[in-house]
Design a protein around this ligand. Structure first.
Ligand SMILES: NC(=O)c1ccc[n+]([C@@H]2O[C@H](COP(=O)([O-])OP(=O)(O)OC[C@H]3O[C@@H](n4cnc5c(N)ncnc54)[C@H](OP(=O)(O)O)[C@@H]3O)[C@@H](O)[C@H]2O)c1
Length: 347
């Protein structure tokens, strides 16, 4: 397999993103390389998927660390792991036909062979293909089950979502609002704050990069915070812990601020959990894998009634453009789920 700068202009070739080295700081183009080669053919019991969308996931930064501690690891030289939505273009598998749309953890590449394990069919009459990697995929399902089954906010309670304008956060806040809660979002700019309140129906939004976060939170949540939906961890989480309500819930969905940190740091203000009889709880969406269809049908009804908006932030490019998109995600450029749409999507 040969190596190229960004894999562009290689129509008809397999293009794969490999990790070149363990990144320092936010990962970027210097840490990855594109390798090209012939598009593979299916063997017995296999399908060939042409990728149309690559999911740009914050958690990728965690699995490219020089560490064996986490669930997955991508080492220098490896194909980069990642979720893909695309079209079956060749099938030697009894359950799939050419022309069907699927999603799966197929790796960041233009074409992938699969034996069907972990592959999911995407019904485009329910949602467009991109949404199956976003609101109808892991991001939306995470928001749905974390709010409805774990946080269970009650009408009138206050819910704080950090990473509120991101893929998971943008949906978590809306679902908490549908449960009758008063929802406050944290994000990194005035413009994104406006989007949260004016478009997504957040009741209040705070730019965490300005002023004294604790004071601004205390002003926005005079009755304290019943649910902290934590996507980012770090100081943003820490300041909010001081305002947890009696028997409140801190749902640890993700820790984006820590994934690229050389030394990860935990919260200092945990003492408030004791005083307020609150609980801090982990969450992994895979625990709900047998209930995805149920979540999607309820979310589809909310979308139809206009109560829920799924938002994708789509960047057009080729496999080699993924690292730049990933860097942008970490700089907060996205509203909703960031996706890289490959040229094959428009064929
Ligand atoms: N538990 C599960 O099963 C599960 C499933 C899916 C995802 N997750 C986790 O959920 C979290 C959110 O994922 P996502 O896909 O929705 O990503 P995302 O929020 O769409 O994208 C990352 C966002 O994080 C914020 N950010 C980046 N660096 C930050 C920093 N240093 N401090 C604070 N905020 C920072 C930026 O938003 P601002 O502009 O607002 O700063 C950026 O837009 C991730 O940690 C992910 O690993 C967990």
């Amino acid at each position: 397999m040969s190596k190229g700068a960004n894999g562009g202009g290689n129509e008809g070739l397999l293009r794969q993103l490999h990790l070149r080295r363990v990144p320092e700081g936010i990962a970027g183009p210097q840490d990855f390389e594109v390798r090209t080669g012939p598009i593979p053919r299916t063997g017995e019991g296999e399908v060939l998927v042409e990728a149309h969308y690559l999911s740009v996931d914050a958690a990728l930064r965690l699995i490219v660390r020089d560490s064996e501690e986490f669930l997955f690891r991508v080492r220098p030289g490896d194909l980069v792991r990642g979720s893909v939505a695309g079209k079956v273009i060749e099938s030697n598998h009894a359950s799939y036909q050419a022309g069907e749309y699927v999603l799966g953890g197929l790796g960041l590449q233009s074409h992938a062979l699969s034996n069907g394990e972990g592959l999911e069919k995407c019904d485009l009459s329910q949602a467009p293909l991109g949404a199956w990697l976003g609101g109808f995929g892991v991001s939306g399902l995470t928001a749905y089950f974390a709010i409805t089954e774990e946080c269970k906010p009650q009408p009138g309670q206050t819910v704080l979502v950090n990473g509120a304008a991101g893929a998971v956060g943008s949906i978590a806040g809306q679902i908490a609002r549908l449960a009758g809660a008063r929802v406050i979002g944290l994000t990194s700019s005035a413009e994104k704050c406006r989007w949260l309140t004016e478009t997504l129906g957040y009741h209040a939004a705070i730019n965490y990069t300005e002023g004294d976060l604790y004071e601004r939170l205390a002003e926005a949540a005079p009755d304290r915070i019943d649910v902290i939906f934590d996507n980012v961890g770090g100081s943003v989480l820490d300041e909010s812990l001081r305002l947890i309500a009696m028997r409140g819930v801190v749902l640890l969905c993700g820790s984006t601020s820590q994934y690229a940190a050389e030394a990860m740091t935990g919260p200092n203000n945990y003492i408030w959990l004791g005083t307020m009889r609150a609980r801090m709880q982990g969450f992994v969406i895979f625990d709900y894998a047998d209930r995805y269809a149920e979540a999607r049908s309820r979310m589809a009804r909310w979308i139809q009634s206009g109560d829920l908006k799924l938002v994708e932030h789509v960047i057009d490019g080729d496999v080699g453009d993924f690292p730049l998109a990933f860097e942008k995600l970490y700089r907060g450029a996205n509203r909703g789920k960031m996706l890289l749409r490959l040229p094959a999507a428009s064929n």
